[in-house]
Design a protein around this ligand. Structure first.
Ligand SMILES: NC(=O)c1ccc[n+]([C@@H]2O[C@H](COP(=O)([O-])OP(=O)(O)OC[C@H]3O[C@@H](n4cnc5c(N)ncnc54)[C@H](OP(=O)(O)O)[C@@H]3O)[C@@H](O)[C@H]2O)c1
Length: 293
């Protein structure tokens, strides 16, 4: 199969590149905004027809959650209209679109894990643009897997894990919110699940929405505490409320995603959040040791 990855220099795209380097069966085409701007309809069409694309994994997105409150039009262009361009092109070329969405499409006021068919009710500009992207993909009629994930981190790019490690080196104590519950996702685990779904599909009709995070339910305070422990940092992590840490975009109080559908469909076990955090931090170890000295 010929597999196109957009936004390949981000957290998820980088993990897909690692997996693809050991794949002798498929032909992968990795692009980011400098080589393929997903908002450029003609460029997307040219790419699909030149490389005879069978699968497009859309890792490209506008992911600056707070800035999206001020840059709604730009976020909407990248998170909603560009996925529609990809969907229309996939439909034309009978290709499968694997699109990544977010827990922020939900209202965040549940008290049990969100199922894939629960109604969306985004509370932020970013969440609204991602929900709109999902809707436009479904309406296009193209074969698609939409995978909602949450709290994504990896050894590359900016993320909570790397921010905490940096603070662990520079602060004696920090305050982290303890009243928002979700589950982190190691981008490598999500990349493996995406490859599994692509292998299972083999050009069959697909109109499915899945949830993928690591297993478990924790708060940001729990997450920060674990990062400091595993990283050997002495920084104290104090629990605070969301009111004590105001952000431009509203964050969901509860955004745990129910994983049962993808586990059953793909026949996969999903690692516990802490197990994967340890593995990701192993990748960061040389940097960690250097900064702890
Ligand atoms: N990060 C999270 O915590 C999180 C949580 C839930 C869901 N998600 C979703 O998971 C997916 C992957 O997230 P990620 O953290 O890997 O994202 P990321 O690290 O921000 O990577 C996104 C990539 O897309 C590129 N890009 C932006 N606009 C583009 C365009 N018009 N054409 C082509 N590429 C473009 C970005 O380039 P620039 O850096 O140059 O802009 C970047 O390389 C996204 O759909 C995101 O919404 C993420």
């Amino acid at each position: 199969m010929n597999i196109l990855v957009t936004g390949c220099n981000g957290q998820l795209g980088t993990e897909l590149q690692k997996i693809a380097s050991g794949d002798n069966h498929n032909c992968w085409f990795f692009t980011d905004v400098d080589t393929l701007d997903i908002c450029d309809k003609e460029a997307v069409e040219h790419c699909f027809s030149t490389h005879n694309i069978d699968v497009c994994v859309n890792c490209a997105a506008y992911t600056a959650v707070d800035m999206a409150e001020d840059e709604y039009k730009l976020a909407e262009k990248i998170n909603a209209y560009a996925p529609q361009v990809l969907a229309d092109t996939c439909l034309k070329h009978n290709a499968l679109l694997v699109h990544i969405s977010t827990d922020y499409v939900f209202g965040g006021d549940a008290n049990e894990p969100y199922k894939t068919d629960d109604p969306v009710n985004p509370q932020s500009a970013y969440g609204r643009t991602k929900a709109e992207g999902e809707r436009l993909i479904r309406e296009s009629g193209c074969n698609h897997f939409i995978i909602r994930t949450a709290w994504l981190y990896s050894a590359v790019g900016k993320n909570f894990v790397k921010t905490m490690l940096m603070l662990g080196d520079t602060k004696d104590e920090i305050n982290v919110v303890a009243d928002q519950k979700g589950c982190p996702t190691w981008a490598y685990d999500l990349a493996l699940a995406i490859v599994r779904l692509i292998e299972l599909n083999e050009k069959k009709a697909a109109h499915e929405t899945f949830h993928f995070t690591n297993e478990g339910q924790i708060t940001w305070h729990d997450f920060a505490t674990a990062i400091m422990e595993i990283g050997g940092k002495r920084c104290k992590v104090n629990p605070i409320t969301s009111d004590q840490y105001p952000t431009k975009a509203k964050r969901p109080a509860y955004s745990v995603l129910d994983l049962s559908k993808i586990k059953e469909f793909a026949g996969i076990e999903i690692p516990d959040w802490r197990e994967s955090l340890v593995k990701c931090m192993e990748e960061l170890k040389p940097g960690l040791l250097r900064s702890s000295q």
